[in-house]
Write a protein that binds this ligand. Structure first.
Ligand SMILES: Cc1cc2nc3c(=O)[nH]c(=O)nc-3n(C[C@H](O)[C@H](O)[C@H](O)COP(=O)(O)OP(=O)(O)OC[C@H]3O[C@@H](n4cnc5c(N)ncnc54)[C@H](O)[C@@H]3O)c2cc1C
Length: 386
């Protein structure tokens, strides 16, 4: 399907590079990685070599310094091959690196951002906790100052790439239990797994996105040097929320990639599969499904790319970023559900890829803010902008 919103030469080149890499080095292995629930770190390093882990980081820090649209185009291509590879890329590019770029000091940028831009260090983001999901500012992981260190105690949950990440952006409370300041009492810390007191805990056994390791991190007197505090004490929640504006666009691109792969598979299958003496694509019921799937994907993609352009013009994307994520993730769920239906019984088994797309699509409605939370953000912004 042709691209509705015109692309520049550079954007097309990035898209082609990502598509070629994804087709050759990711797609052929995605079913096995899903089955074995493992993602080879070597593939992440290879993504780094090609620049996919430094797409939004300026060239002066060894990144590619690309615009948001180029990044989202590349992410959609990677997601069409494997949603697990895409979440690694999305989290790394949108969350810890963007927080370092916006709020890190020169020394932190040299130590962490530069090697992350080259893909030599992989990033993760640890905000959620067992009892603090949508209500993230209720987090309880406690950081207490002790001499030249902060000492962290608590549990972070659902950390994508958490078992192999080299740099984890951790949000923890720096207020005291008797003087809780909700979101104002949270700071961001740059944590590395070599620090004493860092433990990787339970690995989640998930429905989809199985190759992406989602783990708990347990901090038992974790000693973080004071120089690893990001920006100002008490501002960590604000920094995290700002980076999630980017993150939501990344998840929208991931959802579009999954949905597009499902549509492509359904188009092929409907042309090949014969019932009642003709390919099922001849049935109007199937044609209507394919038409609706393609229309919704095109609409979600157009909204995302218009939002990306607004971001690159320096405009706030809180409203349209949330709308893009909501629309793209619900589209991915719709499209993958219809794809399974078009495959009939064969859509329900692992011989064909659509059952994986269906399982992978669901998470896009949940992480980086559930669909319910996106609707809350959108409604709030509607009133704020009147
Ligand atoms: C595979 C995976 C990877 C993840 N990766 C990361 C990561 O890398 N880093 C990280 O920090 N987190 C990560 N998360 C956590 C994710 O962001 C949370 O799961 C998500 O924010 C929802 O929180 P919760 O699971 O606690 O659900 P809850 O907040 O308990 O929500 C349960 C239900 O209640 C609804 N709900 C909650 N509050 C409201 C409200 N005010 N109004 C209406 N409905 C509401 C929700 O929409 C949902 O339907 C990941 C999660 C998964 C499953």
């Amino acid at each position: 399907m042709s691209q509705l919103i015109p692309l520049t030469e550079e954007q097309r080149e990035v898209q082609t590079l990502a598509r070629d890499f994804a087709t050759a080095e990711i797609a052929p292995h995605a079913a096995r990685w899903d089955r074995e629930a493992c993602f080879p770190v070597g593939v992440a390093r290879r993504m780094g070599e090609l620049g996919f882990l430094g797409m939004l980081i300026p060239e002066r820090y060894d990144g590619l310094g690309l615009d948001t649209t180029s990044y989202l185009l590349a992410l959609e291509e990677i997601a069409a091959a494997d949603a697990s590879a895409a979440v690694l890329m999305s989290v790394h590019n949108s969350l810890p690196t963007q927080m370092l770029l916006a709020f890190g000091n020169d020394e932190q940028k040299e130590r962490f951002l530069r090697p992350m831009a080259r893909g030599e260090l992989i990033g993760a983001f640890a905000l959620s906790e067992p009892d603090a999901g949508s209500d993230a500012s209720a987090l309880r992981c406690q950081a207490t100052r002790d001499g030249d260190d902060w000492v962290l105690n608590g549990t972070k949950s659902w950390v994508s790439s958490g078992s192999f990440a080299d740099v984890i952006m951790v949000m923890a409370r720096t207020d005291t239990p008797d003087a809780r300041r909700r979101s104002k009492g949270i700071s961001a810390f740059i944590v590395t797994p070599d620090l004493p007191g860092f433990h990787v805990g339970k690995k989640e056994d998930k429905m989809g996105l199985r190759a992406s390791p989602t783990v708990q991190l347990n901090f038992d007197g974790l000693r973080v040097p004071a120089e690893n505090l990001l920006g100002e004490e008490g501002q960590g929640f604000v920094y995290a929320m700002r980076s999630l504006d980017n993150g939501r666009m990344g998840i929208a691109a991931q959802a579009l990639g999954i949905g597009r792969a499902a549509l492509d598979a359904a188009l092929d299958y409907a042309a090949e599969r014969k019932q009642f003496g003709q390919p099922i694509r001849e049935f109007q019921a199937i044609q209507f499904k394919l038409a609706d799937m393609a229309s919704r994907l095109a609409s979600a993609r157009a909204m995302l790319h218009l939002t990306a352009a607004a971001k690159d013009r320096g405009e706030s994307t809180t409203l349209y970023g949330s709308m893009s994520k909501l629309l793209a993730s619900e589209t991915a769920m719709y499209v993958t559900t219809e794809a399974v239906q078009i495959f009939g019984g064969y859509g329900y088994v692992k011989d064909y890829p659509v059952e994986k797309y269906f399982r992978d699509a669901k998470i896009t409605e949940i992480y980086e803010g559930t669909s319910e939370i996106q609707r809350i953000v959108i409604a709030r912004e509607l009133y704020a902008n009147r």
